[in-house]
Design a protein around this ligand. Structure first.
Ligand SMILES: [Zn+2]
Ligand SMILES: [Zn+2]
Length: 345
């Protein structure tokens, strides 16, 4: 099969021909029909992820059809249209048994712990636990965007934030995760404030349901949010993963508010200074949010089917597999509005 592979961190990946994957007894092989290019792939290529063994094929935001099924798989057959959360559970640890596959103790991530979907085919392990059936009406490019950014935001807003109608929700960073969170929180009935440095992203945040937007370059972001909300947001998300947006997210909350850390804090942002006096004095909750387990996709897909959520609006450029190395290497530049998806192989 054709695949995009890198042999050394930070050197240009190449389009090469490698052997087709075969399914594990509990796994399947998918023909990849669409796969998103994500900032996490860029971190992996930079060498920030200790799971990656070289040579490596990235790609974790995927949708496709099953072409081969392992002998122990009972729920799936060739031809099924599926996607997968970017964190796959092992099925046998205590967290998986409790239904929390997103924090599985032995988790696997296609594109990190094994070869991913920047390829014509990809192997997925523990298929009965981790695969999600897709409606035939959903485009593959849209489905590919669900597994990482959109599902992550759904869990952050709905399951971790427990956002309810009438609450104020601030979203710091309006990239793929942030814009998804704006749409989901607005659909839940919240009053959403989007924050970013890029006017184009703020315009899109408004179109997706934000009632107010703030350009982070113009003054004191937490003060502006406390003024708009008359006291602070009930729930605030750092969707970027940066010490400034994390701090702003905590400082914009009202007493007993919830900060949800969704953006990964890596590299120089791995150990940020946290404003602890406010957290103690105002009983602020700090919550992490990390992907979403396969069994929660039904709630999200039902909101898509009913028209309350429209993830297709977050799909940006469609590119070919041959274009993927360049797109991957440029992922740290923040320029794109909407997700870049590989749709031609
Ligand atoms: Zn991703
Ligand atoms: Zn597990």
């Amino acid at each position: 099969m054709k695949a995009v592979l890198f042999e050394t961190f930070q050197e240009a990946p190449k389009l090469v021909t490698v052997p087709d994957p075969t399914p594990q007894p509990h796994g399947v092989v998918l023909k990849v029909e669409a796969t998103g290019v994500c900032r996490s792939d860029w971190h992996g290529w930079m060498g920030h992820d200790s799971d990656i063994e070289l040579p490596h094929v990235p790609g974790h935001e995927l949708a496709g059809r099953i072409v081969a099924v392992g002998k122990d798989v009972t729920n799936w057959k060739a031809g099924d249209k599926v996607t997968v959360p970017f964190i796959c559970g092992c099925g046998s640890c205590s967290e998986c048994h409790a239904g929390h596959q997103q924090v599985c103790l032995h988790q696997e991530q296609p594109g990190f712990t094994h070869w991913g979907s920047f390829a014509e085919y990809v192997a997925i392990h523990q298929a009965d636990l981790n695969l999600v059936a897709l409606p035939e009406s959903m485009e593959f490019a849209t489905a590919a965007s669900l597994g990482c950014r959109f599902a992550t935001s759904f869990r952050a807003v709905i399951d971790q934030g427990r956002v309810s109608a009438g609450q104020w929700v601030a979203v710091h960073g309006c990239g793929g995760v942030g814009l998804s969170a704006v749409m989901i929180a607005a659909a839940a009935g919240a009053n959403v404030i989007g924050v970013d440095l890029d006017p184009a992203k703020l315009n899109l945040a408004r179109e997706l349901g934000a009632v107010a937007v703030i350009n982070g370059q113009e003054g004191d972001v937490p003060a502006a949010i406390r003024e708009i909300t008359r006291g602070g947001a009930h729930v605030s998300l750092d969707a970027l993963g940066h010490s400034v947006t994390m701090t702003n997210s905590i400082l914009c909350l009202r007493p007993r508010g919830k900060h949800i850390q969704v953006g990964l804090m890596l590299g120089e942002h791995a150990a940020p200074a946290v404003p602890m006096p406010k957290i103690v004095g105002q009983e602020i909750e700090l919550l992490g949010s990390h992907g979403m387990q396969a069994h929660r996709y039904g709630a999200m897909l039902d909101m898509v089917a009913s028209g309350k959520l429209d993830p297709a609006r977050l799909v940006g450029d469609r590119i070919s597999l041959a274009d993927a190395p360049k797109a991957l290497m440029n992922m740290d530049k923040f320029q794109s509005v909407g997700a870049t998806v590989i749709t031609r192989f």
